[in-house]
Write a new protein. Structure first.
Length: 150
């Protein structure tokens, strides 16, 4: 079954994102939500506390977030959006999985073009309130390998 965009349980998520309303966005998330980063297959944020911290930083650097597409069914939605980071236009695709209560349980995001992704990571770094690993986040850095020069 396809859910019409106006009836989507993700509508509140989209509206909260566009308004940069962190509390409203958090109300759409399951307690054990997982956010999978566009930077790496190993980077993720687990639980509402970590995702809140992430989005508080993201909302501080992005402007003009507008969702353009919302497609899918009652359990899985695919969203597309645009935003601005300084003069750079950011294109986002987000896969959202919903739990049985209609809350967002998983967010997987892709950002393009590459200069926008690079600008996003550069902007988030200085705004971040400390090393992710020090607060229990999974590291988004590659693990050292014996093949790497020391």
């Amino acid at each position: 079954m396809t859910v019409h965009i106006q009836d989507s349980p993700v509508r509140a998520y989209r509206e909260a994102g566009e308004a940069h309303d962190l509390d409203a966005l958090m109300a759409t998330l399951a307690e054990d939500v997982t956010f999978r980063s566009p930077l790496s297959a190993t980077a993720s944020f687990q639980g509402k506390e970590q995702v809140r911290e992430l989005f508080s930083v993201v909302f501080g650097v992005l402007a003009g977030l507008r969702y353009e597409s919302d497609l899918g069914d009652e359990r899985t939605r695919m969203l597309t959006a645009t935003a601005r980071l300084g003069r750079q236009e950011v294109h986002e695709a987000t896969l959202v999985a919903l739990d049985g209560d209609g809350l967002v349980e998983e967010i997987t995001m892709w950002i393009r073009p590459l200069p926008a992704l690079t600008a996003m990571m550069a902007a988030l770094g200085p705004a971040w309130p400390g090393p992710p690993a020090s607060r229990g986040f999974r590291c988004w850095c590659p693990r050292p390998s014996s093949r790497w020069p020391r």
